[in-house]
Ligand binder design. Structure first.
Ligand SMILES: Cc1ncc(COP(=O)(O)O)c(C=O)c1O
Length: 361
C-alpha cells in the first residue's frame, strides 16, 4: 500500500483509507528454472505477427498525438458489434472505463454497489471519487447474490457494477437472473456489466450484456482487448452504452488516453477473429483440463467461465501460494481466502497442477 504522509501539501483526508491496487506479481525464478506468471489473467499468447506489424507502423508516427476520437477503432468496433459509433466509448483498458462510469454517475457520498469479492478496482475507484462502497457478499458458489444486491439499492445509489464472469471466482450471471435483476433496478440507475472475460464463456445460460444494452438505456457493457485479445500491455478497452451515457463516458475519459499503437493493434486484432477464436478455444480446453484434474484430486474448484480458476482455500491459501512461489509459479493470493490462478500455456498449467497435487499430499 502507498503511504500518504501527513507532512507536505494538503491532500484529501480519505486517501489514507484507500488501499492501493495490488497487481499480480511475476514469479521468482531460481537459476535453471523456467518461471510462469499466472497472477494477472493475461493471455499466454503474444500478439499475432499482423498485429505486431500494425503496432510497428503506428509506432513510427509516435512523435504525433493520437487521434483523440480513435475514429478508426470506433468504426471497426461499431461494425463488429453492429452498433452506432455514438454508442461507443474507449478507455485505457476497461478499468479506466470503470472510473469513467463512476465519475459520470456518482459523486461524493453517493452509493456504488457491487458484489464482493469481485474486481478490486470497484471499491478503490469508489473511494477515489469520494463515493460510498456498498459491497454485497457473493453466494457460497462464488456467484452474485442478485436478490441481496437489489435489496441494497437505496435512493442515493448511483451506480451498480456487475462482473460476469466474476473476477476472481469465474462464476457467471445467467440471462434469467440478469433479467430479473434489471427489472428491479430503477431505470435512472446506471448498471455497468463488466464483461472483461466474455470471450471465454461457453455456458449457454450466461447473460450477454449487449442484448440488455439494446433493451435498456441504463445498461453499459464493458469489454477489453487485454484478455482474450492478448493486448494487456497496450491498455485499450471499450464501453457500449446509450448515446447519452457513451457521451458522458467520453467526457470523463482522459484526452488522448488511447495511443495510436493501441488503436491500430486493436483494429488488426478485430480483423483476425478466426485466430482469436482458436487461441481462446485452446485456453478453454486447458481450463477444463485444469478443473477436471483439480476435482479428481479433491480440490474445491468452482465452474469458472473465465481464463482463471479460483481455489477457495481459506487458511491454506497463504501456504499454497508460497508452495507455488517455490516452484516459480506466481499466482494471485487473497490472504486467508483463496488463490486465483490464470490458465496459461500447458507447461505452466502442468507446473501449477504438480504443486497442487503435492500440496494435497
Ligand atoms: C473484471 C475485470 N474488469 C476489468 C479489468 C480491467 O482490464 P483492462 O483494464 O486491462 O481492460 C479486469 C482486469 O483484470 C477485470 O478482471
Amino acid at each position: 500500500m502507498e503511504s500518504v504522509s501527513d507532512s507536505g501539501p494538503r491532500l484529501r483526508a480519505n486517501l489514507t483509507d484507500i488501499p492501493g491496487y495490488e497487481a499480480g506479481k511475476g514469479p521468482q525464478v531460481p537459476l535453471g528454472m523456467v518461471g510462469y506468471k499466472l497472477s494477472s489473467n493475461e493471455s499466454p499468447f503474444p500478439p499475432l505477427p499482423s498485429v505486431r506489424a500494425a503496432m510497428a507502423e503506428a509506432g513510427s508516427a509516435a512523435h504525433r498525438y493520437p487521434d483523440p476520437a480513435s475514429a478508426e477503432l470506433i468504426k471497426a468496433l461499431a461494425r463488429h458489434h453492429d452498433v452506432e459509433p455514438d454508442n461507443l466509448a474507449l478507455g485505457t483498458g476497461s478499468v479506466a472505463l470503470c472510473y469513467q462510469a463512476a465519475q459520470a454517475a456518482a459523486g461524493p457520498g453517493d452509493g456504488v454497489l457491487f458484489a464482493w469479492r469481485s474486481f478490486e478496482a470497484y471499491p478503490l475507484l469508489t473511494k477515489v471519487i469520494g463515493a460510498r462502497p456498498i459491497a454485497v457478499p457473493l453466494k457460497p458458489d462464488g456467484g452474485h447474490d442478485l436478490p441481496a444486491m437489489a435489496d441494497a439499492i437505496t435512493p442515493d445509489t448511483r451506480l451498480v457494477f456487475l462482473c460476469t464472469p466474476n473476477n476472481p471466482t469465474g462464476a457467471i450471471i445467467t440471462r434469467e437472473d440478469l433479467d430479473w435483476f434489471l427489472a428491479r433496478v430503477p431505470p435512472e440507475l446506471l448498471v455497468v456489466i463488466d464483461e472483461a472475460y466474455w470471450e471465454f464463456v461457453r455456458d449457454e445460460r450466461a447473460a450477454d450484456g449487449l442484448t440488455e444494452f439494446r433493451r435498456r438505456e441504463n445498461v453499459v457493457v464493458l469489454r477489453t482487448f487485454s484478455k482474450a485479445y492478448g493486448l494487456a500491455g497496450l491498455r485499450v478497452g471499450y464501453a457500449v452504452a446509450s448515446r447519452r451515457v457513451a457521451a458522458a463516458l467520453r467526457l470523463t475519459g482522459l484526452p488522448f488516453g488511447v495511443s495510436s499503437v493501441a488503436e491500430y493493434a486493436a483494429i488488426a486484432s478485430l480483423a483476425h477473429q478466426e485466430e482469436l477464436h482458436r487461441r481462446v478455444d485452446a485456453v478453454i480446453l486447458e481450463r477444463e483440463r485444469v478443473i477436471r484434474f483439480l476435482r479428481s484430486i479433491g480440490w474445491p474448484v468452482g465452474a469458472s467461465q473465465a481464463n482463471f480458476v479460483w481455489l477457495s482455500l481459506g487458511v491454506d491459501a497463504d501456504p499454497f501460494a508460497a508452495a507455488c512461489d517455490e516452484q516459480a509459479v506466481a499466482v494471485r493470493l487473497f490472504r486467508g481466502e483463496g488463490v486465483r490462478v490464470t490458465i496459461g500455456e500447458p507447461a505452466a498449467n502442468d507446473r501449477f497442477l504438480q504443486v497442487a497435487e503435492s500440496f494435497r499430499k
